[in-house]
Design a protein around this ligand. Structure first.
Ligand code: HEM
Length: 136
């Protein structure tokens, strides 16, 4: 059971990263071209934050099912920060009038959360795209 969940947790990470990179690219494109802020940014940002939260739930299940590595606590603490930071842009912008919503806050939030994800994988000795789960 643990191994199956670990593979799912490890695999879902790629979906999270693709969603994060897509949302970041759109935010930077919006910033550079100064196009009006709109629905695509909201959807991409929400997709990234939602998938990251799903990954957090899967990680917590893994923890309950029987994680043994002590590094997992550092991993968890930083990943929880990453999930909060990924959600912040939407939460902040929701309170602003439509004409004051900007791409910059999305770009900053997504970039910071991706850096936090990268840092949170370091205790396992793997990079953003690395893995221990599939080692023989
Ligand atoms: C509260 C949040 C999280 C918890 C509690 C958690 C928990 C865990 C646990 C228990 C492991 C297995 C460690 C072991 O080998 O014993 C693990 C591994 C891993 N986690 Fe998380 N995790 C969380 C969030 C995330 C997030 C958000 C991502 C990526 C976006 C992520 C990516 C990974 C990866 C890539 C591994 C290593 C898989 C491998 O060995 O190939 N985790 N995590």
């Amino acid at each position: 059971m643990f191994t199956g969940l670990l593979h799912a947790h490890s695999g879902l990470r790629y979906v999270v990263l693709i969603a994060g990179i897509a949302a970041l690219t759109w935010a930077l494109f919006g910033l550079v071209t100064k196009r009006p802020y709109g629905r695509p940014m909201r959807i991409l940002g929400a997709a990234y934050a939602g998938l990251l939260h799903l990954q957090v739930v899967l990680g917590l299940v893994l923890l309950v099912v029987g994680a043994t590595r002590t590094e997992v606590w550092i991993h968890m603490a930083i990943m929880l920060c990453a999930a909060v930071v990924a959600q912040l842009p939407a939460s902040i912008l929701k309170r602003r009038p439509v004409e004051e919503r900007t791409f910059g806050i999305h770009a900053g939030g997504i970039l910071l959360s991706l850096v936090l994800i990268w840092l949170a994988l370091m205790p396992f000795g793997i990079g953003l795209f690395g893995s221990n789960a599939f080692a023989p």
